[in-house]
Write a new protein. Structure first.
Length: 313
């Protein structure tokens, strides 16, 4: 199977009350861990690369790594997605070089300018058989090259969504309902709570339309503990409760982005090997443990959070 767009994925997810995991990729081990888990659980999957990932690994390498996974698992539905494309030129480059889905993130711009930029990307993408995700509202936090202070973040205004989708022609919409980028999403001692009232109102305005959640890592505390026990300093790293993500997946949320959890799993694996065997210097030795953690995290998300197990059958 060649790379696919998210169109059919999202249609089935919406109707089936589950979400597709969109996992960020940066290197071979992360691609392997994600796709091995998805293959074993018969789950469709979205592999997404940010501007930072493309700068780190080179977009050509990332595309070829994904093609390698498809060669191993030809029946696995995989979409290759640009995460947080900052401008038309970046989106165009990905469209021209094998990506089947792109996100244009002009959410920090004024509403009309967001529409204008997004519509330009949509016109080019649709002419090349590629789907487009855009964003309304702004998430707080730091992840890769996305950096937004809490003061500058904003929830999505449901009154804007119909006009935005109608004028741009986007295929899916990322909304801000309380998730946040990075591993430090909420203050210690607070009870994280997503704004399901906003989600419900968006669903009323856009019936049947696929919604996306960014910044949806749950920051598994077992990996935070391992990292801190082996020299790390991840104080007060708190994520989005998984039961709330499962509730969102049962609604209109068809795509849930997960990045920080994979980073934590990879880092915990590497730190464990170095702590237990200070003489280790073979990358295959420590990256193998990190890769196993990534696979375990993805398998857990598919089975217990996203609800997408078996959806690729």
């Amino acid at each position: 199977m060649a790379l696919v767009t998210t169109t059919e994925m999202f249609k089935k997810a919406y109707e089936g009350g589950y979400a597709i995991g969109a996992f960020n990729i940066n290197n071979m081990e992360i691609v392997q861990g994600i796709t091995e888990a998805a293959h074993e659980l018969n789950s469709p999957v979205i592999l997404q690369a940010s501007k930072g990932a493309r700068a780190y690994a080179n977009s050509v390498y990332l595309v070829k790594l994904v093609e390698g996974a498809l060669a191993l698992y030809p029946d696995l539905p995989v979409a290759l997605h640009l995460d947080h494309g900052p401008d038309f030129e970046t989106c165009k480059d990905c469209i021209d070089n094998g990506f089947t889905s792109v996100m244009i993130d002009a959410s920090s711009k004024p509403f009309e300018e967001n529409i204008e930029i997004t519509r330009k990307v949509v016109e080019y993408a649709h002419a090349h058989g590629v789907v487009v995700e855009a964003e309304l509202g702004t998430l707080a936090g730091i992840e890769d090259e996305v950096q937004v202070s809490a003061e500058d973040s904003s929830y999505t205004n449901p009154d804007d969504v119909e006009e935005f989708v109608g004028k741009t022609g986007v295929d899916s919409l990322a909304i801000a309902i309380g998730t946040s980028h990075g591993a430090y999403k909420f203050k210690p001692g607070t009870k994280p709570q997503l704004r399901f009232d906003i989600l419900d109102e968006v669903v009323k305005r856009l019936p049947g339309f696929p919604i996306v959640l960014h910044g949806a890592s749950s920051v598994p505390q077992e990996y935070v503990k391992i990292i801190n026990e082996h020299g790390g300093a991840l104080k007060d790293a708190i994520g989005v409760p998984e039961d709330q993500l499962r509730e969102a997946a049962r609604s209109a949320v068809c795509k849930i982005n997960i990045d920080s959890d994979l980073r934590l799993g990879m880092t915990a694996g590497v730190r464990t090997v170095f702590a237990e065997n200070p003489a280790a210097f073979d990358p295959r030795e420590y990256l193998k443990v990190g890769r196993k953690n990534v696979k375990d995290i993805v398998a857990h998300k598919i089975k217990d959070v996203l609800g997408s197990e078996g959806a690729a059958l």
